[in-house]
Design a protein around this ligand. Structure first.
Ligand SMILES: Nc1ncnc2c1ncn2[C@@H]1O[C@H](COP(=O)(O)OP(=O)(O)OP(=O)(O)O)[C@@H](O)[C@H]1O
Length: 247
């Protein structure tokens, strides 16, 4: 279980908080969606939960382990799939995955088997020895995903895992997330694909200006919002239609 208490982040030099006094509980085995307009604070939140970013204040625990006192254990327990590709372009897919697996302390046959089995499931076995810079966006996204799950994390954070990929790659990624979840991994992911979240998530939270404005089971949120037919209607009713451009 993930318990977030009063978590806040204000970037250095920024006027406003990007995440402010956020409270949230995510139960084991959920697929939890973080939704919200551009700049809402989704990446900031997920980056704090995966130790990529230090909170300004507040706290969280994962499986009762505190982010302050149990950082090392927690880093082994979680996986993070960042929005940007974190891969070495001139190394092959296999070499990249071997490197990332080693970072989690995996080695030998266990690591090799894990790499090959994930490459197989995600349809990339025949590209194992090809360099990453020859890969399409969809292939890189799948390698990025594998790099984060070789150590079989109990909790997986993903920042827009299906952005910019074709429908085929997207389906393979979503099916794999469902499979991981069925095998016991709790999943928290950010997305702008509201249809996808509506179908995939046990619960979602809609975030705006660094705070949660609503959360719940997608069908409950739709039923509770007047004239809403889907999650997109709920999203627009709660966050408005104004563009969120800012520099
Ligand atoms: N490194 C940074 N320094 C200063 N401000 C930042 C930094 N990163 C993000 N922000 C600001 O924090 C706010 C939240 O940004 P964040 O990237 O978390 O939003 P998001 O919901 O993930 O947006 P998107 O959907 O566009 O990815 C925005 O106002 C953004 O400009």
């Amino acid at each position: 279980m993930i318990q977030i208490q009063q978590l806040s982040k204000k970037y250095k030099g920024a006027e406003n908080y990007s995440v402010q006094n956020l409270d949230l509980v995510v139960e084991d085995q959920e697929i939890f969606g973080l939704l919200g307009p551009n700049g809402a604070g989704k990446t900031t939140l997920i980056s704090m939960l995966s130790f990529l970013l230090k909170p300004t204040s507040g706290s969280f625990t994962i499986n009762n382990l505190s982010f302050k006192e149990n950082k090392k254990e927690l880093k082994q327990l979680i996986g993070i799939v960042p929005q940007e590709y974190a891969l070495y372009p001139t190394l092959t897919a296999y070499e990249n995955l071997y490197y990332f697996g080693s970072m989690y302390g995996l080695k030998g046959k266990v690591l090799k088997d894990s790499i090959h089995s994930h490459l197989e499931t995600l349809g990339l076995s025949r590209f194992a020895d090809k360099k990453i810079d020859t890969f399409s966006g969809g292939m890189k996204r799948r390698i990025n995903l594998i790099a984060s799950i070789l150590h079989n994390p109990k909790v997986l954070f993903l920042d827009e895992p299906t952005v910019g990929v074709d429908v085929q790659s997207k389906n393979v990624i979503i099916d794999h997330l469902k499979q991981l979840n069925a095998n016991g991994t709790t999943i928290i992911y950010t997305s702008h694909h509201l249809n996808e979240a509506e179908n995939l998530c046990t619960r979602v939270a809609i975030i705006d200006q660094g705070t949660i404005i609503t959360k719940g089971v997608p069908s409950d949120l739709i039923a509770a919002q007047e004239n809403a037919r889907n999650l997109e209607d709920v999203f627009l009713a709660l966050t408005g239609k104004a563009l969120r451009d800012h520099a």
